[in-house]
Ligand binder design. Structure first.
Ligand SMILES: Cc1cc2nc3c(=O)[nH]c(=O)nc-3n(C[C@H](O)[C@H](O)[C@H](O)COP(=O)(O)OP(=O)(O)OC[C@H]3O[C@@H](n4cnc5c(N)ncnc54)[C@H](O)[C@@H]3O)c2cc1C
Length: 525
């Protein structure tokens, strides 16, 4: 008998529900906790114990009809099910559910690229399509479009989009480029959004986002209101010219100027892609590990950072972006871009050919042309032990905000004994600041400090008006609690929608702090 059960569910009810699920998907596709495969649903990277988010089972449907049946069974037996697409949400909880005992609804078997329309430049995909599969599909069929992928090339197109993820081409804001969604609701019914709600609307479904009436696709992202089974995505035409470049900045204070200089180039769409300003240690992890520079714990001192920068020919900040389009346009824009960044004192500008043998520049170039790769996982070796959680506050794309966040976050990292390893991903008018908090997961004290550091950062950031765009399972409630203007009106509304759409509270309870009515984080954590 399963050693883990969903909260409040008897072993008899659990056995009846999983038995009914077996009849729908077939025996091998219901994985109970005595099956070693259940280990694949653990969150093995966070700072909290794995047991706190251990699934009681996983169920893997192979079609939309099977998803509908599983949802109906879950509702009948009151079994919480946590939806994942490819389940590679590393840094944010991986495939694990929000609380121990939930059943993972693993949609990886549904992995078809259903359509790529080369006239209109869109694709329709199922949940299990990983970036690397999508990329290979486009190459195999010699399609004249690029995909846009996360730096975690194992990740999936749908899961990343639904969690508001980002990539690095001009189509890097994934939700912005999503158009048309199919959703299984908690009663097992199937709904299409936008033009897809018109019985004969399939042709316009992936090209016009808004349909008629309220625009609702966003309701099914970072939420638990439905199980998404298809999304449409706009694809970037392969550009005739592509010019990636790097600006190496010699001083930490240059973060201010590079951000200020970039903003008009972004707003005017001279630089169209998700540009990034990356701190030294993020890049250095491609070449070296912390242990080569320091024994014992604690952050590296400034003089060591300088030595690392010199040894690997890196800046204290390293800025990457690219130009895309007709060769003449790229050349004209390059003149603007080059003279803008050249005016920063000490800045060195590199083109692709200048750093052919530089693996950190090389993987950025690949990301900026939508080629999945795993080079960024070098970060996991920085301290060893693999622990990592991402702290990711949003701010306006301004130099003052960048500097304020950098100092605030580095101070907290140092207080808890960690290096600052961060980057700014700059969108149209805002920036995502991503701190990769690396720690040795096999060291209990270090894990506890990482957890405490993260918790403090949430409060420090909120006090300055900075909220996170996404987070790890263990901090979902705390962050939801910071979006609390007007007596928590937003969260109260989300909970009311939850109750209306999922009265039994079976879909991903606790996702992003949204609990079914009557349940609270305190009773569930
Ligand atoms: C080294 C490294 C680099 C990374 N680089 C990036 C990056 O560049 N950009 C970025 O955005 N992230 C990045 N990440 C974070 C993360 O690994 C990726 O975003 C990854 O793509 C997310 O995993 P997934 O696509 O498998 O999503 P999943 O794990 O499948 O889904 C994510 C979440 O979305 C919800 N969900 C998924 N499917 C459904 C569904 N069908 N219906 C309803 N809800 C659903 C669930 O809550 C799920 O937990 C990085 C992480 C690491 C460790």
């Amino acid at each position: 008998m399963n050693s883990i059960l969903p909260k409040g569910v008897s072993k008899e009810r659990f056995a009846a529900a999983t038995g009914a699920m077996r009849k729908v998907v077939g025996d091998p596709w219901v994985i109970l906790d005595e099956n070693p495969l259940i280990a694949g649903y653990m969150d093995t990277y966070s700072a909290a114990p794995e047991s706190s988010t251990a699934a009681s089972a996983a169920v893997c449907p192979g079609s939309v009809e099977e998803v509908q049946e599983i949802v109906r069974i879950a509702r009948q037996y009151r079994i919480p099910i946590w939806s994942i697409s490819t389940g590679k949400n590393f840094a944010y909880g991986g495939p694990a559910p929000r609380t121990a005992g939930q059943v993972v609804l693993d949609l990886r078997r549904m992995n078809r690229v259903i359509e790529v329309n080369t006239d209109l430049g869109y694709a329709i995909v199922e949940p299990g399509v990983a970036y690397v599969d999508f990329y290979n599909y486009m190459k195999r069929h010699k399609l004249p479009y690029w995909i846009d992928c996360a730096a975690n090339g194992m990740g999936g197109v749908m899961g990343n989009t639904l969690d508001h993820g980002v990539g690095y081409t001009a189509y890097g804001d994934h939700l912005l480029m999503q158009c048309g969604m199919e959703v299984v609701l908690s009663d097992g019914s199937l709904m299409r959004t936008g033009m897809g709600a018109l019985p004969n609307g399939a042709a316009s479904w992936p090209v016009y986002k808004y349909g008629y009436g309220p625009y609702i696709d966003g309701l099914f992202t970072q939420s638990n209101f439905g199980v998404v089974t298809k999304i449409g995505l706009w694809l970037m035409p392969e550009p005739p010219a592509f010019r990636p470049f790097m600006v190496q900045l010699q001083n930490e204070d240059d973060l201010y100027e590079v951000t200020e200089k970039l903003r008009p180039l972004k707003i005017n769409m001279i630089i169209p892609n998700a540009a990034i300003t990356v701190h030294l240690l993020w890049e250095a992890s491609v070449y070296t590990t912390k242990h080569e520079w320091k024994t014992g714990s604690g952050p590296l001192p400034q003089r060591t950072l300088r030595q690392i920068a010199e040894k690997f020919n890196l800046g204290m900040w390293n800025f990457y972006a690219a130009l895309y389009g007709l060769p003449e346009v790229v050349e004209a824009n390059w003149q603007i871009v080059e003279s803008t960044f050249r005016s920063i004192k000490g800045a060195k500008i590199y083109r692709e050919a200048d750093r052919k043998d530089d693996p950190s520049f090389n993987y950025r170039v690949r990301l900026m042309r939508g080629e999945p790769n795993l080079t960024e996982f070098s970060l996991m070796n920085w301290v060893g032990g693999g622990g990592h959680i991402n702290f990711s506050p949003i701010s306006p794309a301004s130099g003052a905000d960048a500097m304020k966040q950098f100092h605030m976050i580095r101070k907290a990292c140092e207080k808890y004994g960690f290096d600052y390893i961060g980057e700014f991903v700059i969108g149209w008018r805002e920036q995502h600041h991503i701190l990769m908090l690396m720690f040795n997961r096999y060291d209990a004290d270090e894990s506890r400090r990482a957890h405490d550091c993260f918790a403090q950062l949430i409060n420090d950031a909120a006090a300055e008006g900075y909220g996170e765009y996404r987070t790890n399972l263990h901090f979902m409630d705390q962050i939801a609690g910071t979006y609390n203007a007007n007596d928590g009106a937003l969260l109260r509304m989300q909970r009311r929608i939850k109750h209306a759409l999922d009265p039994a509270g079976i879909l991903s309870p606790g996702k992003n702090g949204i609990w079914p009515l009557g349940e609270s984080p305190e009773t569930n954590s």
